[in-house]
Design a protein around this ligand. Sequence first.
Ligand code: LLP
Length: 424
Amino acid sequence: MTQQEAIHRRNGALHIEGVSAASLAETHSTPLYVYSLGALTGAWDAWMAGVAASANPNVKVHVAVKANSNLGVLSLFARLGAGFDIVSGGELRRVLAAGGKASDVVFSGVGKTDAEMSEALQAGVKCFNVESIPELSRLNQAASELGLKAPVALRINPDVDAHTHAYNTTGKKGNKFGIDYGDARAAYAVAAKMGNLQVCGVDCHIGSGITDTAPFIAAADRVLDLVDILEADGIPIAHIDLGGGLGIDYGEGDAPPPTPEFVKTILNHVHRRGPRNVWFEPGRSLTAAAGVLLTKVEYLKPGPVGGKNFCIVDAAMNDLARPAVYGAFHRIEAAQDRAGEAEVYDVVGPVCESGDWLGRARELNVQVGDLLAVRDTGAYSFVMSSNYNTRPRAMEVIVDGDTVHVVRKRETVQQLLAMESVLP
Ligand code: LLP
């Protein structure tokens, strides 16, 4: 099912598959994250279609858990046969709780702790993406204490500009990520000599929200050039990991190529230089468009003449941080058409900061009590939420046809306070 089929309007009312946004909000209240099972599955199928259309069948796709780590969502991907890309011990536990296998897990991240390394080694993850020589030493030590060999790929920094938000650029010189391309050969020589490491691959990830294929091709070439050098040095490379990073069309006029075409282009490019096992770690392109955040209009606050009108809703920057943090654009629409004229509003939350906005200068025809849908909030949305202003985090549901699965209950203030204590 495409995202357009899954999240659509029928008789002026927004529906997620067979269920209206209005009935979801009535039953479960707001703010409410809603994910379409059909759209999640469709996004996975699009990746698989790209693989099937390419010259290379030796591909493993690992879902970047950080983009949407809800157990319900992860359990769907586990059933679809996905691997998982994790960046913490917590994410490893989530994958296992969701029915994923450690042997399908890649452990990324620039600051893995000893405890996280040991836990992942004991669980049997299939590869550690290592980002520095000190990390190689720590991992070698952790593996030796357990009498194990740690499978490793080095994440190299290819110095490729991904042309995305500065915070989402990770493969340029000066970013904290990866091993400098010029130092990579020497780092592999060090890794190959460590007794409790098994070198298995080369990894890179150049950023997130990328809408152009060219930087991925440039990074793949850098990786393949390095693989040639390493194999000539006598270090066999069993796989290359090209990371995640494919963006989505948030409706600002900057659309990436369709996923199947993107995947096929990359795989065929790699294949031209010889057969390779290729791994990916996509997050956003699998989950973003499958989610909406439903929120209720609490107040309409008219501005002074020539000034701004504010539409104050019950979701805030603690529920959806992307606008405040990155200036990110999300489409916002009324869940139900109504007669009358639209007004231009800044859509804001109740949190006590001017950075608490969800959308600026949006044309909306709404009244107090109406429901709004903030679109494309299936990735980096609930996962980045917080309890700022002592606001319990939102609830999450997955809609499958006419069925609604509650996959995260609404947090209560009581639960928040239970974590704390007054002084004796
Ligand atoms: N692999 C690694 C090592 C990563 O760091 C990331 C994302 C991914 C894979 C998945 O990338 P994706 O396919 O989702 O682009 N909070 C930001 C996005 C941060 C991305 C961090 N790394 C946002 O809301 O835009």
